[in-house]
Design a protein around this ligand. Structure first.
Ligand code: CP
Length: 315
């Protein structure tokens, strides 16, 4: 699936993390650093994408991803169209490719696409004019590449050396596109120990093939880790009840302040959002000084600026 996003080693689309080189990820991080420097020097906008039109097509709900893509595009001086899918002609039976091709006829240069079907962004990238760029903003349970990148970028900000880290990803691994993108990004960046912690019903089949260490006991799994990444239960992707109850889940897999004490004293706590307080994470933990959940959101703007500017660069 990843071949289409690269041509002669250059990024053409961003569809997933698999297949990206460490060089490309570090290039994205260096660009994000430069955008953060501009922000810190009170430069609010650059004209890198002036005259370009970016279409946000979100067929699934979003708060963080959609808004930060829009902010990022505007900071690059692009024109942004947020297509309201529920009031678009999709509801009259128009195919997704016809919708896309109509937007291309209106001179769209890039599509940012979220869809509940795994492979949707890849399908679109494969069938449109080669000059038009596609960014996957989350497809089914397959991939959420900019989330994986911004999470790794956040870890790099607080922890510096990926090669010394033990990282735990906790929760509904089975239905999580975020977990897959995080695991891929952190593996490429050289993290030596990635643990995934979930009940058997929320652990994907063949998880060890991803190069991670599975745990079904949260206390054992978070022991001595440097980073804890929490995930919510993705009920919209479950076709049957996979946990006894939310209360039971919190007792066994909820991150409490007592459990945080088992990790390294300087560990950071992450969550891609949306967060369900009292289900996967205790409210006091989410608001503690170890939590970097809101900085993750802010770093998402710089990472998305970096990805969009890289894709639009003449090659
Ligand atoms: N992390 C994330 O994808 O959040 P949204 O669903 O709000 O975009």
């Amino acid at each position: 699936m990843h071949n289409i996003q690269l041509k002669n080693g250059q990024l053409q689309h961003l569809l997933c993390i698999e297949g990206l080189s460490r060089r490309i990820i570090e290039d994205i991080f260096a660009r994000a650093d430069s955008f953060l420097d501009l922000e810190n020097n009170n430069v609010k906008k650059t004209d890198l994408l002036s005259g370009k039109t970016i279409c946000n097509l979100f067929f699934e709900n979003s708060t963080r991803t959609r808004t930060t893509f829009e902010i990022a595009a505007k900071k690059l001086s692009a024109d942004v169209i947020n297509l309201n899918v529920s009031t678009s002609s999709q509801s009259k039976g128009e195919s997704i490719l016809d919708t896309i091709n109509n937007l291309i006829a209106m001179h769209a240069d890039m599509f940012v696409i979220r869809h509940n079907q795994s492979g949707a962004a890849h399908f679109i990238a494969k069938h449109i004019n080669k000059n038009i760029k596609v960014v996957n903003a989350g497809d089914g349970y397959h991939s959420h590449p900019t989330q994986g990148l911004l999470d790794a970028f956040t870890i790099r900000h607080y922890k510096k050396d990926f090669k010394k880290l033990k990282i735990a990803i906790v929760g509904d691994i089975k239905h999580s596109r975020v977990a897959r993108s995080e695991i891929n990004a952190l593996s490429i960046l050289g993290v030596p120990e990635i643990r995934v912690i979930a009940p058997q019903t929320l652990m994907p089949y063949g998880v060890k093939d991803l190069g991670v260490i599975p745990f079904d006991n949260l206390d054992h799994g978070v022991k001595d880790v440097d980073v804890i990444m929490m995930l919510r239960l993705q009920k919209e992707r479950m076709d049957s009840a996979l946990i006894p109850s939310q209360e039971e889940y919190f007792k066994t897999y909820g991150l409490t302040s007592k459990r945080v004490e088992l990790a390294n004293p300087d560990c950071i706590i992450m969550h891609p959002g949306p967060m369900n307080r009292g289900v996967e994470i205790e409210s006091s933990v989410a608001d503690s000084n170890k939590a970097v959940i809101l900085p993750q959101v802010s770093f998402g703007i710089a990472i998305r600026m970096a990805v969009m500017s890289l894709l639009m660069e003449k090659k």
